[in-house]
Design a protein around this ligand. Structure first.
Ligand SMILES: NC(=O)C1=CN([C@@H]2O[C@H](COP(=O)(O)OP(=O)(O)OC[C@H]3O[C@@H](n4cnc5c(N)ncnc54)[C@H](O)[C@@H]3O)[C@@H](O)[C@H]2O)C=CC1
Ligand SMILES: CC(C)CC(=O)C(=O)O
Ligand SMILES: [Mg+2]
Length: 353
């Protein structure tokens, strides 16, 4: 591949470092004996770093991270409601700041129910869809405020920002993704009956871009109805395109129906390649199980497959997915530790060679 890929590693908090360790072992295993080399820099960022130093993400951190080709992140954030973190807002000051500063306008979240994996649904059918969630706009931009805080007359606003530029670029990405998939189907999920201004922009954009993709079948669902169909008929979905908030919520549900949040991977993509893209499990730092060595590292490992796809290494990505597919098919109810899952997947990668 030529020069080593500069990989920024942000293990983060809670189970983040535990799952990242296993993901990196898998990355080493799949790269072994190939021309793929990584030069890793670890960044100590997250709630613990804030408690230790008072810093969340400094300008120097950001410059250093930007000097990499890609990022692997575990998870960040402390126990929800921890008063010591009240002033920090780790999620906004670190995770969202990275997504915004690095222009991760595509948040790619595939949902695949691997054969042999138990789903809470009686009849899930063939679940294989991808959510293309807008990553830099919507209600997550931090445009809001409060007046008369703490009084019975408090007013709190959190404005959802949707720009023509931002919506069009993510919709274009979603159509290209749908067009490249066998079923060529795209579902816009929004709430156009109530959020009429933003909804209209999303709908008009999908209609306009869709005219350039006659091969792609388009439909529309209100987000509340989408949650019904994700449970009653998830096999109907191929590519879903949606805004930042709806996509966040739908992808936890998508994870739950396709084997659990411990299997759900994601990529925060800057398709233009101007900034490093960032790969991370969908889940958070899971303080309730942190330190026990029982977190499922599979989501982080599947995030490595997305990283490899992004680097143009589809064959290596397929190896990781094949090893995961073989492992999850045989898991059954056995309770394995985080490192035992990592061991098993690393061993399967070795056996694939
Ligand atoms: N990308 C990120 O860094 C994210 C960070 N967070 C942060 O993480 C912290 C905890 O948030 P929660 O809402 O509790 O969500 P969470 O995803 O951390 O946990 C929800 C539930 O799923 C379980 N779980 C999550 N990942 C698992 C895994 N790999 N294996 C087995 N079980 C797993 C947890 O034990 C918990 O019961 C908060 O500070 C939150 O802000 C939340 C979501 C994303
Ligand atoms: C912690 C939030 C900022 C993000 C989140 O929940 C997600 O991206 O899934
Ligand atoms: Mg989320």
């Amino acid at each position: 591949m030529g020069e080593a890929v500069r990989l920024a590693v942000i293990p983060g908090d809670g189970i983040g470092p535990e799952v990242v360790d296993e993901a990196l072992r898998v990355l080493a295993a799949v790269s072994d004996g190939t021309d793929l080399e990584f030069e890793q820099t670890r960044f100590s960022l997250g709630a613990q770093r804030y408690l230790d130093t008072g810093d969340v993400l400094t300008d120097d951190d950001l410059v250093a991270i930007k000097g990499h080709d890609a990022i692997l992140l575990g998870a960040v954030g402390g126990v929800p409601g921890d008063p010591r973190l009240a002033g920090a807002n780790i999620e906004r000051g670190l995770l969202l700041k990275l997504r915004f500063e690095l222009d991760h306008y595509v948040n790619l979240r595939p949902s695949v129910l691997y054969p042999g994996v138990a789903s809470p649904l009686a009849n899930p059918g063939h679940v294989d869809f991808v959510v293309v969630r807008e990553g830099t706009e919507g209600p997550y931009v931090g445009n809001g405020g409060t007046i008369r805080a703490g009084t019975p007359h408090e007013v709190a606003n959190e404005v959802s920002v949707n720009t023509g530029y931002g919506v069009e670029r993510v919709v274009r990405y979603a159509f290209a993704a749908a067009s490249a998939r066998p079923r060529k189907r795209l579902t816009l999920v929004h709430k156009t009956n109530v959020l009429v201004f933003a909804g209209s922009l999303w709908k008009r954009t999908v209609d306009a871009v869709g005219a350039e993709y006659p091969d792609v079948t388009v439909d529309y669902l209100h987000v509340d109805a989408a949650t019904i169909f994700l449970v009653t008929d998830p096999a109907r979905f191929d590519v879903i395109v949606t805004d930042n908030l709806f996509g966040d919520i739908l992808t936890d549900l998508a994870g739950a129906i396709s084997g659990g949040i411990g299997l759900a991977a994601s990529g925060n993509i800057n398709p233009d390649g101007r900034f490093p893209s960032m790969f991370e499990p969908v889940h958070g730092s899971a303080p309730d199980i942190a330190g026990k060595g029982i977190a499922d590292p599979t989501a982080a490992i599947l995030s490595i497959a997305l990283l490899l796809d992004h680097l143009g290494r589809a064959g290596d990505a397929a190896k990781v997915r094949d090893a995961v597919a073989a492992d999850v098919a045989e898991r059954g109810d056995a309770k394995r530790s985080t490192s035992e899952v990592g061991d098993a997947i690393v061993a399967r990668i070795g056996a694939l060679d």
